[in-house]
Design a protein around this ligand. Structure first.
Ligand SMILES: *Cc1c(COP(=O)(O)O)cnc(C)c1O
Length: 392
């Protein structure tokens, strides 16, 4: 017996569920790349990406996924042999660091742990030791999608300032932009990057980067620059230079629609929606954890991200198979150090109460059907929390 007829639900942390309006926005012929509408589309998106990053700095749009946008950031501000500091909190900043190493950068890591966020005091101490200011950039991720850690980027920015260190502060917001507050200028971030396919509810394929004046000054002497990623090539006023070739017209139609939807909802509400739905997930997981089999990967509650929850569990495969094959709900697998030891519930982008409660209901059903020990009433705890939080 299966109960999966109906719409399949993707609860993985990217690509995420796309609104029907976003899918429909792409169902049209391309535009003349020199038309007024195309120019407006380009400049409108670049402006609005700046609004999402909360920066007055320049913004760039690439035909790329997150890995491409990583390369865009690195190649524009670094030179071969430069030293950088990667702040570990899971797989993603480490992956960004691997890209840098492959490009000839000397990568130093501030060892973290997969079950916690970055500690700003350790960042300050590490930078204070670098008295010769050899570290050219500090790399961090706002929400690490593997561990589920939420890093306090504002506090890390303050730690860099407190150390009096001139390194550029570079932040990955692939799993958080458009889902929670991010204040590039106010938090002292020099370079930020993101992608279209997670909180921004658009197909994979657009990579975004923002850079402030300090980063663009460093850029002038960076020798890892290559033509496609190069900011200077893209800083001209002419619209065709913004794409360094043919514009990704359909992805831009989709992204335009998705950002319009975020702005219509208002970012304040979007962030609150993510906070509430994430907390509903955590309430359920906390109850299930009483069975002694499941647990939160991130031990400190305030370090858990509002876009993805990583749940530790030995051999989660039968549960994931059950949810997918019997019920049509696809959960994220554990990756990196958590491969085979965790699963992930994504709650980012186009999600609402029925999607989240449905996902939690299916997980609880799977725990029951498979005889996996768990505390009873996880879904009830989530429902109660949302009922108390969302006023009539
Ligand atoms: C998904 C993700 C990436 C990588 O994005 P891709 O599009 O898969 O290349 C980078 N950083 C974070 C935090 C992510 O969640």
């Amino acid at each position: 017996m299966v109960v999966r007829a109906g719409r399949e639900f993707l609860a993985i942390p990217g690509p995420t569920t796309m609104p029907d309006e976003v899918l429909r926005a792409m169902h049209r012929p391309p535009l003349d790349i020199y038309s007024k509408e195309m120019v407006q589309l380009t400049f409108g998106l670049l402006r609005d990406i700046g609004t999402l990053f909360a920066t007055k700095g320049n913004t760039y749009m690439y035909i790329a996924n997150g890995h491409g946008a990583w390369e865009a950031t690195l190649s524009n501000v670094l030179s071969r042999g430069d030293k950088i500091l990667v702040l570990e909190s899971g797989r993603f900043a480490v992956g960004w660091g691997h890209a840098a190493r492959a490009m000839g950068v000397d990568v130093q890591s501030l060892k973290g742990d997969w079950n916690r966020a970055i500690r700003p005091a350790e960042v300050e101490a590490t930078l204070r030791q670098d008295t010769k200011h050899e570290i050219k950039a500090v790399l961090a991720v706002q929400i690490d999608t593997a561990s589920g850690a939420f890093n306090d980027i504002e506090a890390i920015g303050n730690a860099i300032k407190a150390a009096g260190h001139p390194a550029l502060f570079m932040v990955d917001t692939v799993a958080s932009l458009g889902c929670m507050p991010f204040e590039m200028d106010a938090w002292g971030i020099d370079v930020a990057m993101s992608g279209s396919q997670k909180g921004l509810m658009t197909p994979p394929g657009l990579g975004y980067v923002a850079a402030n004046d300090r980063a663009r000054e460093v850029h002038k002497t960076a020798n890892l620059r290559t033509p496609y990623w190069d900011w200077t090539e893209r800083d001209g006023d002419e619209h065709y230079r913004k794409h360094s070739g043919t514009a990704p017209v359909h992805l831009m139609f989709a992204q335009r629609q998705a950002i319009d939807m975020l702005f219509d909802e208002t970012l304040v509400n979007v962030f609150q929606r993510h906070r509430l739905l994430a907390e509903a997930v955590r309430r359920a997981v906390a109850v299930w954890a009483d069975g002694g089999v499941l647990s939160f990967n991130i031990t400190e509650p305030k370090e858990r991200g509002n876009t993805v929850t990583t749940v530790k569990m030995e051999n989660p495969t039968p549960l994931l198979d059950y949810c997918r094959d019997k019920c049509g709900v696809i959960l994220g697998v554990g990756i990196g150090d958590l491969h085979g030891k965790a699963f992930r519930i994504a709650h980012m982008g186009h999600v609402n109460a029925p999607m989240i409660l449905g996902t939690l209901g299916v997980i609880e059903m799977g725990l029951q059907a498979l005889g996996i020990p768990h505390g009873k009433g996880g879904v009830t705890a989530a429902v109660n929390f949302l009922g108390e939080s969302v006023a009539p």
